[in-house]
Design a protein around this ligand. Structure first.
Ligand code: TYM
Length: 332
């Protein structure tokens, strides 16, 4: 059976981008067709300036939102990365097949390191090695497919490279994974700055729709989205990034296609209104389920405990095999 692994990082509140680019597909499709693991990757949240209490709260909230989005612990494994030691254990070994040059070439590293420096902070070493830990997340489970948004493509490519290199040097140990992307909304853009990704950790504000935003807040954010000069509704990501982003969001909500929808609308106003209502309706059941789950924290904790136990059992044999293959003495 196909093995799927993916994760979400608790560095901010989950956004519409996370949902349309990744989480919705995990719930609607991936968990039903494969042996799937979904992880709150909390170790990754420590790679930039962080507040310990906030990371803990966001980890719990992200896990609750994954379940509220429809991940079913009877169908898939949901867990928190730091509860399974195998991720960090494997990451070190993979650092020994990765080079510092390939880490420094990672786009997200360059962007985030520059941001940390302009804020006057230092760049954590873990930010540089982040993609190796991500490769460990994926490779520990013999993953075939990694369902992610477009921004994670380069990281999954690195996981592939490390798997191939390790296998060539030390014998076949890892499955070589591949990234999969949604058909539309693989990169949802910031509503106020439609040439930048709608990212949860980037900033707060009017350009980002959070999964837990109140319906009226969602409506306001979408109605105030920046559109482009020109009046006609055209799908052209380069030339008309603002309106194209709205068309993609609407298409993703309605399982339509953005080009087709462009022909339906004559004004930006009606496109915004329909997009706002579609997003409100899309998120309504997630928000309701989230409220229910918040009233039952013991259930969520139980799911995470069982998930970590299952994940540990799945990861340990392959990580042990990697330790033996690279030359480490097995413990008696
Ligand atoms: P993260 O937490 O930034 O995002 C989680 C998932 O949401 C997708 N995504 C988007 N998709 C479309 N439009 C957007 N604006 C948008 N923003 C985010 C991301 O592509 C991702 O699929 N490094 C990863 C977490 C990670 C991981 C892994 C993923 C760690 N280990 C192993 C897969 C496998 C990250 O920061 O995702």
């Amino acid at each position: 059976m196909t093995r799927i692994f993916s994760g979400v990082k608790p560095t901010g509140h989950l956004t519409l981008g996370n949902y349309l680019g990744a989480v919705r597909r995990w719930a609607d499709v991936d968990q039903h067709r494969a042996d799937a693991l979904f992880c709150v990757v909390d170790l990754h949240a420590l790679t930039v300036e962080h507040d310990p209490g906030r990371v803990r709260r966001l980890s719990r909230q992200a896990a609750t939102l994954l379940l509220a989005s429809g991940l079913d612990p009877k169908l898939c494994t949901v867990f928190v990365q730091s509860h399974v030691d195998e991720h960090a254990r494997l990451s070190y070994v993979l650092e020994c097949v990765a080079s510092d040059g390939e880490m420094r070439r990672m786009i997200q590293y360059k962007e985030k390191a520059a941001r940390e420096r302009t804020r006057g902070g230092s760049v954590r070493l873990s930010l540089l090695t982040y993609p190796v830990l991500m490769a460990a997340d994926i490779l520990a489970y013999g993953t075939d497919e990694v369902p992610v948004g477009d921004d994670q493509t380069q990281h999954v490519e690195l996981a592939r490279d490390l798997a191939v290199r390790f296998n060539q040097r030390y014998g076949h140990t890892f499955v070589v994974p591949r990234a999969t992307h949604p058909v539309v909304a693989t990169r949802v853009m910031n509503l106020q700055e439609p040439t930048s990704k709608m990212g949860k950790s980037e900033d707060v504000g009017p350009g980002i729709v959070y999964l837990l935003d109140e319906p009226d807040v969602i409506r306001k954010k979408i109605m105030r989205a920046v559109t482009d000069s020109g009046r006609d509704v055209v799908y052209d990501r380069e030339g008309r990034p603002g309106v194209s982003n709205l068309l993609e969001i609407l298409a993703a909500c309605e399982s339509g296609n953005p080009e087709g929808l462009a022909g339906v609308y004559e004004s930006y106003g009606s496109l915004k209104k329909d997009t706002a209502e579609a997003v409100v309706e899309l998120l309504r059941p997630v928000q309701e389920k989230h409220r229910e789950l918040c009233a039952d924290p013991a259930y969520v904790e139980g799911v995470l405990r069982d998930g970590a136990e299952k994940a540990r059992e799945m990861a340990r044999p392959r990580v042990d095999a990697a330790y033996r293959a690279i030359g480490l003495l097995p413990s008696a």
